[in-house]
Design a binder for this molecule. Structure first.
Ligand code: SAM
Length: 310
């Protein structure tokens, strides 16, 4: 009796009860490439990137023009309509008070306080943004310009500022961009006078999780979806979508407890927590009512105030 020739595995068809599917049949055995082992001498040595270069990776220098134009060229940014008035209210600084603006970027908030007569020191790692800050202050005229000075430095390396020398410090939308956040909060605490306050404004870490949260629509309601929260990670984000895909900034996601830990380790006492919502309104449209409702429900920004004990 002739032997029944078996079809090759990949051409076998199902003959049982189940209908033959286009992908039926056992998968072909994959031949894996041999693992390539690099000789030790061409592997990069551990710690090959010095700490100062790792910090430089978080600089917003490469997107400086875009960020400067956003803050100074556009009306009604959140910085202008939400953050600035709230910061001024919380700090209530009088003319002559001393303020440190850590990771000041193009100096939008430095300028805002200098206009009130406050003496401001701005620090940022990006020389391009420090230059933009100096230029913005120069345009204000001598009275305001003289109230502000800027330094190119890492936020946690500000030994050029004396201990207990400022009444208040702000870190606005920046602690999430700084790798050594704990050290940065400690540096701010060192230069605060006893009784001085540190105000930190963050993209709300509970609802705005880089590459981990989004808006959803279930047919009737809009909702906020949060995929992950407690784990810490680093996200590279396109700075201005649609324009230059290579212009990215680095964000570090950390949960709320991380920021409280930073403040506690620096010996600061939390004195306030506020959650700020968007001031926008959706125009007419089928989802406008829901968009407006959820805007009031989910805050954009978290503001922490901490005091250096007297
Ligand atoms: C989103 S911008 C905010 C700037 C400014 N506070 C504002 O609200 O306009 C973040 C800033 O953090 C700065 N930055 C990132 N890492 C830093 C570091 N290690 N030390 C100092 N500044 C840093 C960036 O260069 C950038 O200017």
């Amino acid at each position: 009796m002739p032997l029944k020739r078996r079809l090759p595995t990949s051409r076998r068809v199902s003959s049982g009860h189940r209908p033959a599917m286009p992908w039926a049949g056992a998968p072909r055995r994959r031949v894996l490439p041999k693992r390539i082992v690099l000789p030790k001498k061409i592997l990069p040595p551990k710690q090959a990137v010095p700490a100062h270069q790792r910090a430089a990776a978080t600089s917003w220098g490469p997107v400086a023009d875009w960020y400067r134009d956003l803050l100074y060229g556009q009306d009604e940014t959140f910085q202008q309509t939400v953050i600035q008035p709230n910061l001024r209210r919380i700090l209530g600084l009088r003319p002559g008070a001393k303020l440190l603006d850590l990771a000041c970027g193009p100096g939008f908030f430095s300028r805002s306080f200098a206009r009130l007569g406050v003496d401001v020191t701005g620090v940022d790692i990006a020389p391009e943004l420090v230059a933009a800050a100096e230029e913005a202050l120069r345009r204000e005229g001598t009275d305001v310009a003289e109230r502000a000075r800027f330094h190119v430095a890492e936020a946690d390396r500000i030994s050029f500022l004396p201990e207990s020398s400022v009444d208040a410090a702000i870190i606005v939308l920046a602690l999430q961009n700084i790798q050594r956040a704990k050290e940065t909060v400690a540096a701010a605490a060192r230069v605060l006078k006893p009784g001085g306050r540190l105000v930190v404004v963050l993209n709300h870490p509970c609802f705005r999780v880089p590459k981990g949260s989004s808006w959803g629509w279930d047919g009737t309601n809009m909702f906020r979806r949060v995929d992950r929260y407690l784990s810490e990670w680093t996200a590279r984000l396109q700075a201005h979508p649609g324009s230059d895909p290579l212009a990215v900034t680095v964000s570090f996601h950390r949960p709320l407890q991380y920021y409280f830990m930073c403040l506690a380790k620096a010996g600061l006492l939390v004195a306030g927590l506020e959650e700020w919502i968007s001031d926008r309104q959706s125009g007419p449209g089928t989802r406008a009512a829901e968009e407006n409702r959820t805007r009031k429900e989910f805050p954009l920004f978290l503001c922490l105030t901490a005091v250096k004990p007297a």
